[in-house]
Write a protein that binds this ligand. Structure first.
Ligand code: FEO
Ligand code: CA
Ligand code: CA
Length: 739
């Protein structure tokens, strides 16, 4: 335990510009370099190396075909060592930067055609038909293996469906001259709605062993902001789901702001609805027409129109005309019915859920699993399934000071269900009946899961006036408030260690965390212990938990109501104060800010950490790091003294040069997010979201003024407008990624 008694004003983080000494050391190591991989990839070596930990000096292989048949004895490759790669330096380069010996390639950029006959993307703002194109702002991504014959094959590393989220849009690049103001043209709104949601894309290795998109695959599917979706689970049919479109409250349209995602043990996708609330317009004066409960819910989820001021919508979709497709984004009372069956006053209640999709069946029904709560869902990760035990799904609600949740199924796990063919029926079994819990992190390193049940005395006594269990699933945040859940520093991705079962969840940052809070600020606590000030580029200051951290916890079993926790890792700049900021001792090779994406790869057990940052971006673009995590409790306790307030936290063992390394830095103005791997661990797929989103509409005619020209500047696609896209990363010698 170490202590320090300086006051908060004394641990302002210094300006960080001097750290940018990288000179883009790995700028040349990237992309499409025309590597001669032919001998390696055609000789069947892939199989020979599948579980390789030993040198390959003894391996000989025969290149196939033609007059260049030769027996090749490749040079000895080093044994695979986890994190054996050279750390990538921080960089502002507008490209993919990977370690020496690795290759990054772009596929599936925004606008790429996903059906036969859809024209190639021109990328000049004149493209149409986005319901058959890859959407925008790629986020979570999952790999669903396919056999050569086109059936589900969890072991296939050569053909698959990539299911990915399209969280939101970068409007400036989608329209020829940028987005038009309200009232929005319907043609622009149609594009924007279709750019949201989820895409299911078949990918397969070509003759050179490189994954390529399959444009005309019958598996390809878009779920958009307009797709019909069933409301499933315990709140199905609730009065707050009644709309003109669904008078019985069982259906809705669209899934919005799909952020992280997850994969079920039975081979379906869980996609999440995160910051959906702002997509809906609420008129000034609507409060007077609604119940106290409905008004309280609108306020708690951020749609608090007043008597004189409307809650304006994010993109103005409701202004595009009287057609139902646009009118539904006005969540105000506009009709005369008492139950909402003649308008879209309740449309807003149909968002905020965990959504299940069967990627292997392009016509399958999509279902919102209402029992898992209505949140700003970031993603969902299953605890390790145990036969005969309930399944647990861990979930974060990504907004400042929101909570961590757990779903526990009523049904106990039957391993035979992993291979059932009616996958959505298995989803019904495990995701529609169960218990919903919220987390309370105690200062002593323990925690409680508190069930959100209407009979809980604290919930029954809440001023909101809960009267039925279904309300737990619709006004979830309010129920969680009532039971004293712990306010966290923006819970983002969660994933589960593939062997220890410990759960890791990123807390990306929190500008309202303070040692001495005022107003709506939140006081530091043991699980969210940092509050400091960072000076960015000598220009702006940011306060609170500027750089974020990663919490780790452990449940004794899926249905446990008590857990233990520590902080696995604190984000920080390497040069930051080691006593208050850089608590994990990060170095130039592994410092990072604002952890967001987090995923374990089963093949290696590596924990991959991705950033979506606004604090360190004067020095480096967002990034991906690889780590070999330890176990809960492997570190120390540490007391941070903030003058009159002190807080004792639990810090995981400090990473070393061999347990945490920066692996990839993305292009300018982007977020690096989403990660999945082939089962053999030799390919990873990540997503680059919104590169160049700082580009101004006034500059669209002059590509030299775009803040990013990625991915055209790495040789991908037409036009120079920046595009969100998927990046495929492989190791040139065929070994597993991250070694
Ligand atoms: Fe969409 Fe929580 O990041
Ligand atoms: Ca995120
Ligand atoms: Ca984010």
């Amino acid at each position: 335990m170490s202590q320090d008694s300086r006051t908060p004003a004394e641990f302002v983080d210094p300006d960080d510009l001097p750290n940018n000494t990288s000179a883009n050391a790995h700028f040349g190591e990237v992309l499409d370099r025309g590597l001669n991989r032919r001998g390696l990839l055609k000789g069947g070596l892939g199989g020979a190396m599948a579980a390789m930990f030993a040198p390959m000096a003894a391996v000989s292989l025969t290149a196939c075909g033609g007059d260049d048949d030769v027996v090749v004895s490749p040079p000895a490759a080093p044994a695979e060592t986890l994190l054996g790669f050279t750390a990538v330096a921080r960089t502002l380069a507008d490209t993919n930067t990977v370690p020496p010996g690795y290759t990054a390639r772009v596929i599936l950029a925004c606008g790429d055609p996903m059906a036969a006959g859809v024209p190639a993307y021109k990328n000049d703002g004149t493209d149409t038909n986005y319901a058959q194109r890859v959407g925008d702002c790629h986020d979570g991504i999952q790999y669903f293996g396919l056999s050569a014959s086109g059936s589900r094959d969890d072991n296939s590393s050569s053909r698959a469906l990539l299911a990915m989220n399209h969280e939101y849009i970068t409007p400036v690049v989608l329209h020829a001259a940028g987005p038009s103001p309200n009232p929005r043209p319907a043609s622009q709104v149609d594009i924007e709605v279709d750019c949201h949601g989820v895409s299911i894309n078949e990918v397969a290795k070509d003759a050179a062993g490189l994954f390529q998109a399959v444009q005309n695959s019958p598996f390809n599917r878009r779920i958009t902001g307009a797709t019909e979706i069933q409301l499933s689970g315990p709140a199905r049919g609730h009065a707050l789901f009644v709309t003109k479109f669904s008078p019985d409250g069982t259906r809705t349209r669209g899934t919005l702001n799909n952020c992280g995602n997850g994969k079920t043990p039975w081979g379906t996708l869980l996609t999440t609805e995160e910051n959906w609330s702002g997509y809906f317009f609420r008129a000034a004066g609507d409060q007077a027409l609604r119940s106290a409960k409905v008004n309280a819910s609108f306020a708690r989820y951020g749609r608090n129109a007043t008597a004189t001021a409307a809650a304006a919508s994010r993109y103005g979709w409701e202004t595009a005309g009287s057609d139902d497709r646009y009118a539904r984004f006005n969540t105000s009372v506009t009709g005369t019915s008492t139950n909402g069956s003649d308008d879209y006053r309740h449309e807003w209640f149909g968002q905020g859920f965990m959504v299940e999709i069967d990627p292997y069946n392009a016509t399958s029904t999509v279902k919102k699993r209402t029992g898992m709560g209505r949140l700003a869902h970031e993603n969902g990760a299953f605890g390790l399934p145990q036969a005969g035990k309930p399944l647990a799904v861990y979930m974060g609600c990504d907004s400042q000071n929101e909570y961590v949740y757990k779903w526990v199924s009523t049904a106990t796990w039957n391993p035979a269900d992993a291979n059932a063919t009616d996958r959505m029926a298995i989803g019904d079994k495990y995701l529609d009946a169960g218990k919903l819990y919220v987390a309370k992190f105690n200062d002593d390193g323990t925690g409680q899961w508190i069930e959100l049940v209407v009979t809980n005395p604290a919930i029954a006594a809440a001023s909101f006036g809960f009267t039925e269990q279904a309300e737990m699933y619709i006004h979830t945040r309010i129920a969680a408030d009532a039971v004293g859940a712990t306010k966290m520093d923006r819970p983002e991705w969660v994933d589960v260690h593939p062997t220890t079962g410990e759960i890791y969840i990123t807390m990306t940052n929190n500008s309202s965390r303070r040692a001495a809070p005022t107003g709506s600020q939140t006081r530091v606590d043991a699980a969210n212990p940092r509050a400091y000030t960072d000076v960015r580029g000598g220009l702006t200051t940011q306060s609170g938990n500027v750089n974020g951290h990663i919490v780790r916890f452990k449940d004794a079993n899926p249905e446990a109501t008590a857990f233990t926790w520590d902080v696995y890792l604190f984000g920080a700049e390497a040069a930051a104060d080691p006593t208050y900021v850089n608590l994990s001792g990060l170095t130039n090779d592994n410092d990072f800010s604002s952890p967001d994406g987090l995923a374990f790869t089963k093949s290696t057990g590596l924990c991959w950490i991705q950033t979506d940052d606004g604090a360190y971006v004067d020095v480096t673009n967002c990034m991906l790091l690889a780590s070999v995590p330890g176990t809960l409790g492997d570190g120390e306790t540490r007391t941070l003294n903030y003058g009159s307030v002190s807080v004792t936290t639990r810090i995981g063992k400090k990473p070393t040069a061999t347990t945490l390394k920066r692996f990839y830095v993305g292009p300018f103005d982007c977020e690096v997010t989403g990660l999945c791997e082939t089962p053999d661990g030799k390919t990873i797929f990540i997503n680059v979201q919104h590169p160049g989103d700082g580009t101004a509409a006034a500059d669209l005619a002059d590509p030299s003024k775009y803040t990013s020209q990625w991915p055209s500047n790495v040789g991908y696609g037409a036009g120079k407008r920046p595009r969100s896209a998927t990046v495929v990363i492989t190791k040139n010698n065929g070994q597993r990624v991250g070694t």
